[in-house]
Design a binder for this molecule. Structure first.
Ligand code: SF4
Length: 326
């Protein structure tokens, strides 16, 4: 019987799931994904983490507990240090397996793969993949094949994102579903800024994507922009931002502001996030100073009410439509 690996549908699941799934499947393991976030998952996460944790980490804990109930053999909780050269992720990702072990008892063993591309894709990365691969097989060639399968799956996924699909759509497409890019309705183009896990978790953000589309908006995310657009935006600031996803938000926000390619921008941040409080402030200041593209800033936490989000979104979309007319 195949070893079952539980993967929490939270945090960087939205960025790297295709690679992780391909890697484990190629090693002969079965991947068990936690369900979409729901009230119980959030409540379990909130009551089993330290108060100071940000909302996405609390949600991650809820998903780990859900997988524990599913009786998997291992839970995949990677220690993600860096996903590109010379930049880091926020400290929560670096300590995630330690945080889970320290806070949750009686959980299945963790697969705490360290992902560290700070110095590029070097021999250390290969060694770490080998260490994890050996949980399943002693066959080095099989581990190598798993690594290659992961790289191919990830690059296919990122290609779908660049083509204009949202992560949820791209993930369905990679599983074989027929998914086409939604047509641009030619009305309001809305830039959406935020971490993937805040933008794509429908429960946490109260289905903001569908709401924007229902109000007649076409979404543009950082994933859909060219790398050079984000580089341009990020380079407008005097200091280089060292958090990968913070830099992406900053760069995308600035590009959207300067290029005039969107009618309005929504930035979603999570309560309890240190990096977001800085990035949000920088984006807001620039948009306020220039006063050319309207910005809606939403901070979500476990108590955020849906009615308030709808009211603010509705008013924002009305403002954009009014601006189009005058
Ligand atoms: S970047 Fe913010 S929201 Fe994301 S894990 Fe770190 S503290 Fe939490």
């Amino acid at each position: 019987m195949a070893i079952k690996i539980g993967v929490p549908r939270a945090l960087l699941y939205y960025n790297f799931y295709p690679a992780w799934k391909a890697f484990f499947n190629e090693l002969g393991a079965e991947v068990v994904l936690s369900p979409k976030t729901n009230k119980k998952i959030v409540d379990d996460g909130v009551s089993n983490t330290v108060d100071e944790a940000c909302l996405p980490v609390k949600v991650f804990f809820g998903h780990v507990l859900n997988l524990k109930e599913k009786g998997v053999d291992y839970i995949f909780v990677p220690r993600i240090v860096s996903v590109e050269k010379k930049r880091y992720l926020c400290a929560k990702f670096l300590g995630l397996p330690d945080l889970v072990r320290a806070s949750l008892s009686d959980i299945p063993p963790l697969i705490d793969m360290e992902i560290d591309l700070y110095r590029g894709y070097n021999r250390m990365v290969g060694r770490e993949l080998d260490r994890i691969g050996r949980i399943f097989t002693r066959d080095r060639k099989k581990i190598k094949r798993a690594e290659e399968a992961a790289i191919i799956a990830q690059s296919t996924y990122e290609g779908y994102l660049k083509s204009g699909l949202l992560p949820g759509e791209a993930l369905r497409k990679i599983e074989g579903a027929k998914v086409a890019k939604k047509p641009d309705n030619g009305l309001l183009r809305i830039g959406l800024l935020g971490h993937s896990y805040n933008l794509m978790d429908e429960y946490v953000n109260m289905n903001i994507i569908k709401k924007v589309e229902d109000f007649g908006g076409t979404l543009v995310t950082a994933d859909m922009l060219k790398d050079s657009d984000i580089e341009y935006g990020a380079s407008c600031y005097p200091k280089d931002m060292f958090w990968t996803y913070g830099r992406e938000m900053l760069g995308a926000g600035r590009y959207m502001l300067d290029s005039g390619t969107v009618d309005g921008v929504i930035i979603i941040t999570a309560f309890g996030c240190g990096p977001d409080s800085l990035i949000k402030e920088m984006v807001e200041r620039e948009y306020k100073r220039r006063n050319t593209v309207p910005l809606l800033s939403l901070t979500i936490d476990e108590h955020t009410g849906e009615a308030g989000v709808i009211t603010r979104l509705e008013a924002f979309m009305d403002l954009l439509r009014w601006k189009e007319v005058v």
